[in-house]
Design a protein around this ligand. Structure first.
Ligand code: FPP
Length: 239
């Protein structure tokens, strides 16, 4: 964490981007129009976050549950992801953004996976800010895949099961190597975690706003940072 102008800036801000569909419906538009406008806010918020000194910005872009949406909407979201990566990667790289995708990659198609790998490899050495896109992700899936890998490792070595501790689990989640979020923002008036970072959110601060994601720009993001800077984080301890 960094202090600027007496403000505590969260090192890792994570956002549950919600309300794209409602934003589009209010304008008598198809849902994908809301998602497309949502990509513009991703660009704005990433720039604002980097300028404020945030080191990790993570975004819940597509949950494991989102696969249950209509084929047309899933297809629209996957193409938007592909198009956004191809269109933005030069600029992201130029701006020093390290681009990371985490989630159940086995469910993504080959060309999307290849593009993700290429974008991650190209920006791996960048240090201004890390942008993590959670794609085909859910918190319960993450814990399950960690437990399966730990069990597979334990099966080969007697005594390993007994040595499993909190750090063992953390280091087998897909987020291993990345810090837990300090601040989790959810837009659109919903106040749920919706199977997001269940383990990693243990001590996150939450910020809920009625603003729909396509309306959540620089001003709204800075308001959330300002609100965070006034919180008293005690991690279960007394003052
Ligand atoms: C939630 O709104 C939003 C999503 C499920 C998708 C979010 C994805 C983007 C903004 C595109 C991200 C692109 C990149 C490159 C990161 P909703 O559809 O659930 O809205 P509703 O609750 O109003 O129906």
């Amino acid at each position: 964490m960094e202090t600027t102008d007496n403000h505590i800036v969260p090192s890792h801000v994570s956002i549950i981007m919600d309300g794209n569909g409602r934003w589009a419906k209010m304008r008598n538009q198809e849902r994908w129009v809301g998602h497309a406008e949502g990509v513009n806010r991703v660009r704005d918020v990433l720039k604002t976050a980097a300028g404020a000194g945030v080191k990790y910005l993570s975004l819940y872009a597509f949950s494991e549950e989102n696969w249950k949406r209509s084929e047309a909407e899933v297809e629209a979201l996957m193409s938007l992801m592909m198009k956004s990566m191809l269109g933005e990667i030069d600029n992201l790289d130029k701006e020093g953004v390290r681009f990371v995708v985490l989630g159940n990659r086995a469910r993504l198609n080959d060309s999307l996976n290849r593009t993700i790998d290429a974008c991650m490899a190209r920006t791996a050495g960048n240090t201004v800010i890390t942008l993590i896109i959670f794609l085909s992700y859910s918190g319960k899936w993450d814990i399950l895949q960690a437990v399966q890998r730990i069990a597979a490792e334990a099966a080969d070595h007697s005594g390993v099961a007994e040595s499993i501790d909190m750090d063992t689990i953390s280091s087998h989640l897909v987020t291993s190597g990345y810090p837990d979020p300090d601040l989790i923002i959810r837009t659109s008036g919903e106040t749920r975690i919706s199977n997001y970072l269940l383990w990693q959110a243990a001590y996150s601060e939450f910020y809920f706003t009625d603003t729909l994601w396509p309306d959540f720009g620089e001003k709204e993001f800075l308001e959330a940072l300002d609100n965070f800077s006034k919180r008293d984080r005690r991690y279960g301890k007394t003052k």
